[in-house]
Design a protein around this ligand. Sequence first.
Ligand code: BMA
Length: 322
Amino acid sequence: MKKEIPWQDKPKGCSDVIWRYSENPIISRDAIPTSNSIFNSAVVPYNDGFAGVFRCDNKAIQMNIFAGFSHNGIDWKINEEPIVMEAGNTKMIASDYKYDPRVTFIEDRYWITWCNGYFGPTIGIAYTFDFKEFFQCENAFLPFNRNGVLFPEKINGKYAMLSRPSDNGHTPFGDIFISYSPDMKYWGEHRNVMQATPFEASAWQCTKIGAGSVPFVTAEGWLMFYHGVINTCNGFRYAMGAAILDKNSPDQVKYRTKPYLLTPSVTYEQIGDVPNVIFPCATLQDIEQDKVAIYYGAADTVVALAFGRISEIIKFTKENSL
Ligand code: BMA
């Protein structure tokens, strides 16, 4: 039997391309006993259901990643102990903290990327076959870097990863780059993919942008949801857009939304530990049924879900491209 992804039809009268799950948030801040907040987390199909890697900050506000499981993609059981890494393609390397995980299935295993604390934030990489044993590999980059997102298949024979070079703080700049690796250990051929926009062109993404969900293939190319940030007199505001990258040369952006697709506008996105944050980290898609479910962190506090029709998102992105 084919696995159903989470879904709700578009509410009557809604004219937006993306709509929120009516029972949001799907994961509360205290879903495990030690957590202060659970947000910016990633899910994938696994066995008869779904598995995920969740960012749970504890009550000392230490950031770590935890495995979790679900039969329907909505109700999650998150392990109460964080992921313990074993050595993968290198000796164990230090990790002062882990946050903002993504999960990508490539060929025979699930790869986890996250923001790894190694003399500041950079991109950590690990793999697992079963979400029980995890094997930590070399960091992809020098510090400082965030938002490492792997493509789900090799491109021209190499692994490919999007990332966002940054600083050690609340970075006030940032473009999305792509890098390639023959072996998941050595990364190079770094190319700029997308830049933050001029304020006049599209202000919601004028301060910085970062890769969000793992891209998936559509008739037009790789579809990815990303976050864009504007700096306001009350601080940063994070909204979500979509980009379509060329299938064979994903450093080429074909289309990219000028208007946002989703901006903080309901209570759980506007109020939380960090107000006004929508931070997409994963999708589940059913290409035949033309459905996508988007998982995003809301206000750095909870995990929420939104839906869209892939064909409508592509049409909107093409017709409203920068
Ligand atoms: C970024 C990261 C994200 C967070 C965002 C908004 O720098 O720390 O985890 O969601 O800021 O606070």
